[in-house]
Design a protein around this ligand. Sequence first.
Ligand SMILES: *[C@@H]1O[C@H](CO)[C@@H](O)[C@H](O)[C@H]1NC(C)=O
Ligand SMILES: *[C@@H]1O[C@H](CO)[C@@H](O)[C@H](O)[C@H]1NC(C)=O
Ligand SMILES: *[C@@H]1O[C@H](CO)[C@@H](O)[C@H](O)[C@H]1NC(C)=O
Ligand SMILES: *[C@@H]1O[C@H](CO)[C@@H](O)[C@H](O)[C@H]1NC(C)=O
Ligand SMILES: *[C@@H]1O[C@H](CO)[C@@H](O)[C@H](O)[C@H]1NC(C)=O
Ligand SMILES: *[C@@H]1O[C@H](CO)[C@@H](O)[C@H](O)[C@H]1NC(C)=O
Ligand SMILES: *[C@@H]1O[C@H](CO)[C@@H](O)[C@H](O)[C@H]1NC(C)=O
Length: 337
Amino acid sequence: MEPPSASPRAGRGPWQELLLAVSLLAFWNPPTTAQVTVESVPPNAAEGKDALLRVLNLPGDTASLTWFKGETVLPTHKILLYVIDTKITTPGPAYSGRETIYPNGSLLFQNITLNDTGSYILQIINQKFETALVRGQLQVFQPVSQPLLTASNTTVTKDDSVVLTCSSNNTGVSIQWFFNGQILTLTDRMKLSQDNSTLTIDPVRKEDAGKYQCEVSNPVSSNKSDPVRLDVEDDSTEQSSGLPPGAIAGIVIGVVAGVAVIAALVYLQYFRKTGGASDLRDVTEHKPSASNHTHTFQIEEVAYSSLNFNVQEPKKSTSASSSPAATETVYSEVQKK
Ligand SMILES: *[C@@H]1O[C@H](CO)[C@@H](O)[C@H](O)[C@H]1NC(C)=O
Ligand SMILES: *[C@@H]1O[C@H](CO)[C@@H](O)[C@H](O)[C@H]1NC(C)=O
Ligand SMILES: *[C@@H]1O[C@H](CO)[C@@H](O)[C@H](O)[C@H]1NC(C)=O
Ligand SMILES: *[C@@H]1O[C@H](CO)[C@@H](O)[C@H](O)[C@H]1NC(C)=O
Ligand SMILES: *[C@@H]1O[C@H](CO)[C@@H](O)[C@H](O)[C@H]1NC(C)=O
Ligand SMILES: *[C@@H]1O[C@H](CO)[C@@H](O)[C@H](O)[C@H]1NC(C)=O
Ligand SMILES: *[C@@H]1O[C@H](CO)[C@@H](O)[C@H](O)[C@H]1NC(C)=O
C-alpha cells in the first residue's frame, strides 16, 4: 500500500549533521501507520497569537523528536529536542523561549512573531535509530492597520473625473471598496487599478455622490478606512439656485456701464455729424445742451432703453457641455417723435 520507491531507508549516521535535500517527507514508513505530516493550526497565524505545528500520524516507536527552524537540519537551527523515554526537553540555539514541544510531536508557538514565518523540520528517530524528516510551514500575518482613503477632490462637478486612493501600511493586503456602506458595484465609468488601491470615476455623475470607504484585509484581519464624502455638483447648480450677489452686482454694473458707453458713443456720433442723414443723428441722451446748437430743426427726443437680462440654462439646450456663461442682451431703442 505504501509506494516502495518513496521509502528509502534513512541514514543511521549522526542526525545532527544531516543536510536536507528539498521537500522531504517521511523517509521511513512503519508498515502499519499512515504517513507522518505536519500542519499549521491555524493555517494563517496572527502576530501575537499562538500557533501550533501539529504532527499527524506520529509513529508509535518514536524515540526522540527534534524541531529545526529553516530548510536544513543543522545544529545551529535546533529549537527543541524531546526524548520520549526520559520526557526530557532540551532547547537548542534556535529556541526563542516561546516554543513548547509535546509528546505527540506538536510544536506550540506562543505570542508568534512575523519572524516565525517560514519552514520548520521535524526529525523523528525511532527505536531502531532510523530517522525521518517531516517539513512544516508557518505563515504569520500582522493585523492590518486602518487604511487611509483620500480623494483627488471631494467636491466635483458633474462630468469631471475623480480619483480615490486607498493607502495602507501593510503589504500583501487585498482591497475592497464600499459605497454608502455597501460593497461598491462598479459601473462602466469606474476603474480600479491593478491592485485595487485606486478607484477612478470618469465622468462623475450625480449618483456617484455619497460615502466612500476602502477596506484592506489579509488572511487574519481586515480594517476599514474612515469614510470620504464625495459631493457632485450639477453643471447648472449656479444658475438654478440663483446667482451669488456679487455676480448680480457685477452684471448690473456691466450692463449700466454698457448702456452708458453706448449712450456716450451715440452722443458723440450725433455731434460729429452735422446735418446727417444717419439714423443715429437723432439719437441722443436727454440733454438740454442740445438746444444750444445751431440746428434749425427742433427735436424732441425720447430715448427708450430696455434691458433684457436673460439667463439660459444649459440643461434646456441640447448641447451637454455648453458654457454656463450668462447671456445678456441689451436692446437700445430710440424713437423720435
Ligand atoms: C498534541 O498535543 C497538543 C497538546 O496537548 C494538542 O494541542 C494537539 O492537538 C495534539 N496533536 C495531535 C495530533 O493530537
Ligand atoms: C509578545 O511579543 C512581543 C514582542 O515580540 C512583546 O512585546 C510582548 O510583550 C509579548 N507578549 C506576551 C503576552 O508575551
Ligand atoms: C528573526 O530571525 C532571524 C533568524 O531567523 C534572526 O537572525 C533575527 O534576529 C530575528 N529578528 C527578530 C526581530 O527577532
Ligand atoms: C484598525 O487599525 C487600527 C490602527 O490603525 C486599530 O486601532 C484598529 O483596532 C483596527 N481595527 C480592526 C477592526 O482591526
Ligand atoms: C475640485 O473640483 C471643483 C469642481 O470641478 C473645482 O472647482 C475645484 O477647483 C477643485 N479643487 C481642487 C483642489 O482641485
Ligand atoms: C504607518 O507606518 C508608519 C511608519 O512606516 C508609522 O509611523 C505609522 O504609525 C503607521 N500608521 C498606522 C496607521 O499604523
Ligand atoms: C480587486 O477587487 C475585485 C473585486 O472588487 C476582486 O475580485 C479582485 O480579486 C481584487 N484584486 C486584487 C488584486 O485585490
